[in-house]
Design a protein around this ligand. Structure first.
Ligand code: GUE
Length: 295
């Protein structure tokens, strides 16, 4: 069997088109554009690239982008003071603090300080709790993107077995909650799980989110399964090359021979993450407008 490739780049472009239409409608009703503030502390080169494309795509869908680039030496107090200002700024609907933060800063308390109504990363414990309890709120972007790609291959998850590899607060836990809400039978596997290949082989839907390059081999996959590869790992450069290759958590070539459908890296979940960030910003803006009684 040769797996169908789920084209995350194309699905993300479609979603950004929908968001652009929604953003235009919002701007008409609110008499202002929806706004996303991105906070980047320090000069991590990978983060610079992500923030650059977030800013560009935010403007492309007709939203306002507010960039805050702070020096690596920024203190916790200064960062918290900025978040407080953004929480109070009526032009800001979404706040994203790019992670990881420099080591002297405490990401947990920074996330706690974000107004949950503006937490478009879905990382505030209030939003994590809302997701776990099936209440409306803002959900993390990468899991949302992964679920939209699952839906392309498997429109109905009811009764299927889903295995999530990884238990992070950013991806593994929230995606497990979403699969459960969609009536899948969910197993969350991690570094302590015994007989990992056997556990993975049960999966009708396998979500790999551990950040270990090509950990999942072809023979870990149930024939015909849907494989969503969340990992983005840069390998060491080949001699003479400036940059190493990007690979996922799944050995793509081997997996293609077994799976029914699979997402590539790059061009899979990555582009969906940014598109879902824009969608969350639009959702947050609409909700804030209706709470203000203008909508
Ligand atoms: N608060 C916070 N929220 C995040 O969502 C967040 C973050 N911090 N810190 C960094 C990670 C990483 N991340 C990616 C987004 C898009 C691509 C993406 O579009 N990747 C392209 C390829 C990019 C390339 O070529 O390097 C792809 O997979 O096709 C990748 C990674 C969001 N993150």
């Amino acid at each position: 069997m040769t797996a169908a490739i789920i084209d995350g780049k194309a699905v993300a472009a479609e979603l950004r088109g929908e968001v652009a239409r929604g953003a235009a409608d919002f701007a008409g009703r609110a008499e202002r554009k929806a706004g996303l503030a991105v906070v980047l502390v320090g000069r991590d080169p990978a983060s610079e690239v992500y923030v650059g494309s977030k800013v560009r795509m935010t403007r492309d869908v007709g939203m306002e982008s507010f960039e805050h680039r702070l020096p690596a030496e920024t203190t916790q107090a200064d960062l918290l003071a900025l978040i407080r200002r953004l929480n109070e700024d009526p032009a800001v609907d979404g706040i994203l603090v790019q992670l990881p933060l420099p080591r002297h800063l405490d990401a947990g308390s920074v996330i706690l300080s974000i107004d949950p109504a503006k937490d478009v990363d879905g990382l505030h414990p209030e939003n994590a709790g809302r997701l776990a309890n099936g209440l409306p709120g803002l959900a993390p972007c990468t899991p949302l993107g992964a679920m939209l790609l699952v839906a392309r291959a498997v429109p109905n998850l009811s009764g299927l077995e889903a295995v999530v590899l990884g238990r992070s607060a950013l991806v593994g836990k929230p995606v497990a909650q979403m699969l459960l809400s969609a009536n899948a039978t969910v197993v969350v596997a991690h570094s302590h799980t015994r007989a990992l290949p056997d556990v993975c082989r049960r999966a009708d839907v396998l979500i790999a989110a551990v950040g270990r390059p090509e950990l999942v081999r072809g023979d870990w996959i149930k024939p015909g399964a849907t494989v969503i590869d969340v990992g983005i790992n840069r390998l060491a450069p080949e001699p003479g090359a400036a940059k190493g290759r990007l690979v996922g958590d799944v050995a793509f070539g081997e997996a293609c021979a077994v799976a029914g459908a699979i997402t590539p890296v790059p061009g899979g979940v990555g582009p969906m993450t940014i598109a879902c960030l824009l969608r969350n910003t639009l959702d947050a803006a609409r909700r804030r407008l209706s709470i203000a009684g203008e909508g």
